[in-house]
Design a protein around this ligand. Structure first.
Ligand SMILES: C[S@@+](CC[C@H](N)C(=O)[O-])C[C@H]1O[C@@H](n2cnc3c(N)ncnc32)[C@H](O)[C@@H]1O
Ligand SMILES: [Zn+2]
Ligand SMILES: [Zn+2]
Length: 260
């Protein structure tokens, strides 16, 4: 379904008339508090990190711009500004360094026929789902269920300490405020990260969800979690190769450092 230019112009004008009565983008700061609402389904499609609350961005867009104006988010991440901006009939430009952010933002605002979506979903759940879910399995620390679900993993880079040569996880190294020095958790000497070889990353925290005892929480990884995490570098490329799904390399090629 496509609308004519006149119809779109009329919709924008109507929205503009409505918003002029509600907010005035006259440079006045927003003085009323805005409550942060939880994510709605469009934002649940992909758990892109650090998404801002859509209700807050929506209010900011309404306050500081009018329909038809250009809104730029140079760090658009999971696309909150892009999605809310389009809903409010702004012209939006989203930019991000991470190609996953561009893919997620672009797909969130691209209309797809529901039948195609359902067919693709059915195909993925009958082929890839079991293999993928095996990589999100963890033990429930409350009831011991071995089939709890890891909602996300927090990752950290590892480097070799230039003083004691021990391999350390950067997330566990103290970084005194205002300096760019880390303190080695083993020998307590200071070092800067620049020039150090980045070793294979490791997981440092897990958000788990147990369908058996209905608890959720966060925990530090145990041995079996760490073993599982080490297998990702082999497992993911294998899945990509078998099912010809999009890989990180392909993402970089298509969307690397670009705009949505
Ligand atoms: C906190 S997220 C953005 C959240 C987003 N505005 C929202 O509301 O969902 C920050 C984003 O900045 C991106 N970023 C960091 N450095 C960047 C750079 N130099 N150029 C472009 N994007 C960058 C990251 O990839 C990340 O997606
Ligand atoms: Zn449990
Ligand atoms: Zn050290």
């Amino acid at each position: 379904m496509s609308q004519s230019h006149d119809e779109i112009a009329e919709l924008i004008a109507a929205q503009e008339r409505l918003e002029r009565r509600l907010v005035r983008p006259d440079g006045q700061a927003l003085r009323t508090p805005v409550s942060a609402e939880t994510h709605t389904p469009p934002y649940e499609m992909h758990r892109y990190y650090a998404r801002r609350p859509h209700s807050v961005f929506r209010r900011l867009l309404q306050h500081y711009s009018v329909p038809g104006q250009i809104v730029l988010d140079p760090f658009c991440g999971g696309g909150v500004t892009v999605i809310e901006g389009l809903r409010l009939r702004r012209k939006v430009i989203g930019v991000d360094y991470n190609p996953m952010a561009i893919l997620v933002s672009r797909l969130s605002v691209t209309p797809e026929p529901v039948t195609d979506f359902n067919a693709t979903f059915a195909k993925l759940s009958s082929t890839i789902a079991a293999q993928m879910m095996a990589m999100y399995r963890t033990d429930c620390p409350v009831c011991g269920n071995k089939e709890a679900f890891a909602e996300w993993y927090e990752w950290s880079t590892r480097v070799r300490c230039p003083h004691c040569r021990r391999i350390i996880t950067l997330a566990t190294a103290m970084k005194p405020r205002g300096t760019n020095e880390y303190e080695c958790p083993n020998c307590h000497e200071g070092f800067v990260r620049t020039g150090l070889t980045r070793l294979q990353e490791t997981i440092t925290r897990i958000k788990w969800n147990c369908r058996k005892c209905k608890h959720v929480g966060q925990k530090r990884p145990d041995r079996s979690d760490l073993r599982l995490a080490r297998s990702f570098d082999v497992e993911f490329p294998a899945i990509v190769a078998i099912h010809s799904v999009i890989s990180n390399d392909a993402l970089w090629e298509r969307y690397g450092s670009t705009d949505a």
